[in-house]
Design a binder for this molecule. Structure first.
Ligand code: NAP
Ligand code: F7E
Length: 367
């Protein structure tokens, strides 16, 4: 039986990857941080299973990583832990650098300190944000990087240190340059989930208006459940290489919003430009017709924004045999809206509490 160690196991990708690897017969170990809340929603269904184990450690604490790596002695490490929110990286740039840049180095050094560098394969969660202020479209493995946020700059260090250790120490370590991938487990302050939850709340009378930032921003959005398979495939390849993982299809935030509201039973028409743009209800429940349900707030503009991400997954298709078209954009939006319609409906009184959070989100107190 193979043993895998996952950092970031409580996150969107960590939870799907755990399920995937357990399905492949792996013994899965995950790193968790101490938190004031004990309930880890995304992995609650896995806790207590015989081949799922959790260990306390932190990517900011070298010794804690060394101790876990030494105890588990994994065949594969998936380094998914990160401060993963781009907007938050402008508010906490030093923390982001410590976890997303130096944290990668700590994992690599832990493997060397435990003398596992010849046996343990390492996957690094890299990102399309490296292309940032893009220099060509679509982006592939040869596209020059131009990171455009503290998050992206930190992740660029992670990418290069992985490449350096591969060449310097002959380690099997590689980066997956993953484009945005979403799901019903996506954090609620990323734009897709913010939209699907708001569409559900608005259609059920629990929120008045959704405030967003740059509606023109373009992304290549895939389904997280499909993408975790690639992480595994990258480590099963015969040699360590970096891969772009994307769908090859691009949409704007505005298009995502229109489609999400459509699935929630509301047709929107957008009017105006920039900060004055509004999404008005033209079809839907009686009380909503003619109302502004989506508006733009400067609170959600970024100091520098990445606006044109579009991935070219040709290499992953050819070398890993990966099918990027498994879940379409339309299916992804529907999966997320269906999930959030049911979630909001089932929350009952608790929906009021979540609505307060939604109001904070609207006002830009939490981005
Ligand atoms: P996520 O949901 O935000 O999960 C991040 C995980 O990292 C959480 O488990 C979090 O733990 C953990 N973490 C944060 N700081 C840590 C620290 N100091 N020590 C240990 N663990 C720490 O992110 P995701 O969407 O699953 O993404 C997974 C990885 O892929 C990240 O590295 C992200 O940057 C990268 N990525 C994501 C996308 C995407 O579209 N989702 C695309 C490209 C790359 P807590 O639960 O305790 O906070
Ligand atoms: O923003 C725009 C925003 O926060 C997408 C992370 O997983 O993917 C993710 O980073 C776009 C940006 O994701 C709002 O300006 C408009 O242009 O959902 P997001 P992200 O920044 O692309 C990459 C690949 C990662 O590696 C990251 O870890 O949407 N946008 N209005 C908004 N974004 C947010 N969050 N909120 C808004 O109201």
């Amino acid at each position: 039986m193979k043993t895998a160690l996952i950092t970031g196991v409580t996150g969107q990708d960590g939870s799907y990857l755990s399920e995937f690897l357990m399905g492949k017969g792996y013994d899965v170990h995950g790193i968790i941080r101490r938190s004031s809340v004990d309930f880890r929603e995304r992995i609650a269904h896995l806790e207590g299973k015989p081949h799922f184990h959790l260990h306390y450690a932190d990517l900011g604490d070298s010794m804690s990583i060394v101790k876990v790596v030494d105890k588990v002695r994994p065949d594969e490490i998936y380094n998914l832990a990160a401060q993963s929110h781009v907007q938050v990286s402008f508010d906490s740039p030093e923390f982001t650098a410590d976890v997303d840049a130096t944290g990668v180095l700590r994992v690599l050094e832990a493997v060397r300190a435990c003398h596992l560098e010849k046996t343990c394969r390492i996957y690094q969660a890299s990102t399309s944000e490296l292309y940032g202020k893009v220099e060509e479209v679509p982006q592939n493995e040869n596209t020059p990087f131009h990171p455009y946020s503290p998050y992206a700059v930190a992740k660029l260090y992670g990418f290069w240190i992985v490449k350096e250790y591969r060449e310097a120490y002959d380690m099997f370590c590689c980066s997956g340059i993953l484009f945005n991938h979403e799901s019903e487990r996506r954090g609620e302050t990323f734009v897709t989930r913010k939209i699907t939850l708001a569409a559900a709340r608005i259609s059920q009378g629990l929120q008045d208006c959704l405030y967003l930032g740059n509606l023109d921003s373009l992304r290549d959005w895939g389904y997280a459940k499909d993408y975790v398979e690639c992480m595994w495939l990258i480590l099963q390849n015969d040699k360590p290489e970096d891969f772009v993982i994307a769908t090859g299809v691009q949409h704007s935030v505005r298009e995502f919003t229109k489609l999400a509201f459509h699935h929630a039973g509301i047709e929107l028409e957008f009017e105006g430009k920039g900060i004055d743009e509004k999404g008005i209800c033209v079809k839907g429940p009686d009380g909503l017709i003619g109302k502004t349900l989506v508006a733009v707030s400067k609170d959600f503009y970024r100091p520098t924004d990445v606006v044109n991400l579009w991935g070219d997954p040709t290499k992953a298709k050819a070398k890993l045999g990966w099918n990027p078209a498994r879940t379409s954009f339309e299916e992804l939006v529907k999966i997320m809206v269906d999930h959030d319609m049911a979630k909001v409906a089932s929350e009952g009184a608790a929906a009021k509490v979540r609505m307060n959070l939604a109001e904070y989100l609207e006002k830009g107190i939490v981005k």
